[in-house]
Write a protein that binds this ligand. Structure first.
Ligand SMILES: Nc1nc2c(c(=O)[nH]1)N[C@H]1C(S)=C(S)[C@@H](COP(=O)(O)O)O[C@H]1N2
Ligand SMILES: [Mo]
Length: 320
């Protein structure tokens, strides 16, 4: 029961210019009558009563996961986002995600595991074992960022739950809450909720797959998926599901939100692949946010060495 409105939400984001990013929409909203004016998303702007969450500093160790590229500025990382639960515009999450309440938080773990249950955030994440990993993130819309994430390997979490040999895939879900998420309440839904993602078990156990709880040395801002989100740097950004509330260890390939909304455009694997175009645009190049011009997109987003073996013998045009 959702309306597909592809024209509006996907056309030109791959052509957004860096300058436009820094134009704050609010600066165009005349003072005074703010309450009567709706943003591009159609939600009332959260300008007047936006309680900014205090983001705590995190202790972490640095790692060798570092592409040695210029970091995308913090302002861009936290103001140019995709988080459709807060609206489909790139500035909607920064504007509306203050409604999200990431504390307290728990995650339901179920399926083929020896230790199912409801885990509090504090029991899932060992805050004394946090590491920093600098990863490229390549959005399917042909832009990319380089972000210093703080978190733990996904494999360390998965091992806690002791999956059985029947667990072939892990399915992830985001919180679905109309009170906190204006995009979920919206009539113009492009996805059905909750937002769903999944990985094959060997992908999930690969050392690159990461659970982030922070970036740039501090806790995750809400718009980036507080309090915990996935980061899968060799796949298109939409695999990196935010604000996770459920992990389900399953035998069959799980349904995922984007594939369900447009199966001809978004596959289960969604590995970054410059040789397989999206039906409506090329994936050969990308715009690094903050830079002018374009870069060549690299196979597996530059993580070929780490992940090529996962897809040996697979036809990546078919399994896109
Ligand atoms: N729950 C949820 N997770 C999500 C999304 C979303 O809309 N909802 N968008 C995805 C997409 S398309 C991208 S590119 C990344 C963006 O992450 P960032 O905003 O932290 O850069 O988040 C992904 N995770
Ligand atoms: Mo994306």
């Amino acid at each position: 029961m959702f309306i597909k409105n592809r024209q509006n939400w996907h056309i030109s984001e791959n052509d957004v210019t860096p300058e436009r990013l820094y134009l704050n929409r609010r600066s165009f909203i005349g003072g005074g009558a703010g309450a009567a004016i709706l943003g591009a998303s159609g939600f009332a702007p959260g300008v007047l009563a936006t309680p900014k969450r205090q983001l705590e500093e995190l202790n972490f160790t640095k790692t060798a996961f570092d592409p040695d590229e210029t970091l995308t500025p913090y302002d861009a990382v936290t103001s140019y986002n995709n988080y459709y639960e807060f609206g489909t515009g790139k500035s909607d999450p920064a504007e509306h995600a203050w409604r999200l309440q990431p504390k307290p938080w728990s995650v339901k773990v179920e399926g083929h595991v020896a230790r199912p249950g409801i885990y509090d955030f504090e029991d899932l994440i060992n805050m004394n074992a946090l590491e920093e990993r600098i990863y490229r993130l390549r959005c399917v819309e042909a832009w990319s960022m380089v972000i210093p994430w703080i978190g733990v390997p996904l494999s360390s979490l998965i091992k806690m739950f002791e999956p059985t040999s029947d667990a072939k895939y892990v399915a992830f879900e985001t919180l679905e809450d109309k009170q906190q998420m204006p995009g979920v309440k919206s009539f113009f839904n492009v996805l059905d909720w909750p937002y769903r993602e999944g990985l094959r078990m060997d992908e999930a156990m690969n050392d690159l797959a990461f659970i982030a709880v922070g970036l740039y040395g501090k806790e995750l801002p809400n718009q980036n998926g507080a309090p915990l989100r996935l980061v899968v740097p060799w796949k298109y950004g939409f695999k990196s599901i935010k604000s996770i509330v459920r992990l389900n260890f399953v035998a069959d390939q799980p349904k995922t939100s984007w594939k369900k909304s447009a199966p001809d455009e978004y596959g289960f694997y969604s590995n970054v692949n410059p040789n397989v175009d999206h039906p409506r645009w090329s994936q050969k190049q990308e715009r690094r946010i903050g830079e002018f011009g374009r870069r060549e997109t690299l196979m597996f987003n530059g993580y070929e060495e780490e992940v090529t073996h996962l897809y040996a013998g697979m036809n990546l045009r078919k399994s896109f």
